[in-house]
Design a binder for this molecule. Structure first.
Ligand code: 5GP
Ligand code: ZN
Length: 113
């Protein structure tokens, strides 16, 4: 059974308890647009299993599932050819606000250096 956490917004979205339009879904990962986009395209790629961040001992398989979904989500968002950036925040100094591992996929415009 997939590990989840109470009061975790991304667990609720990943399980379907909270309905948001999904950009992508497979057996292990969901992707949905950020509620507060910082770029023209700003989509979050999230494992269905609750893992707080990279310090929470994610398995190599889980990391491959999350990062492996990035090119497909970029294709779906139409930014695979124009280019994109991924960001993954861990802990306070990185301003991680949702403590469920996620990758930000950003693009759709020229991003700052
Ligand atoms: P972090 O700073 O933890 O790396 O990024 C968390 C991201 O999740 C932020 O960009 C924030 O806007 C986004 N976010 C927080 N709550 C929600 C939500 O309920 N729905 C969606 N779609 N995005 C959210
Ligand atoms: Zn969670």
């Amino acid at each position: 059974m997939t590990k989840t956490a109470d009061d975790c917004i991304f667990c609720k979205i990943a399980s379907g308890e909270m309905e948001v339009p999904l950009v992508y879904e497979d057996d292990h990962v969901v992707a949905f647009d950020d509620i507060s986009p910082k770029s023209v395209v700003h989509t979050l790629i999230v494992p269905k299993e609750h893992i707080a961040n990279l310090n929470d001992d994610p398995s190599p398989e889980l990391l491959a599932q999350v990062f492996g979904a990035v090119p497909e989500v970029a294709r779906i968002k139409g930014i695979d050819q124009s280019g994109y950036r991924i960001v993954q925040n861990n802990g306070d100094d990185a301003c991680q606000t949702v403590h469920h591992l996620h990758v930000h996929l950003q693009g759709g415009e020229q991003l700052p250096v």
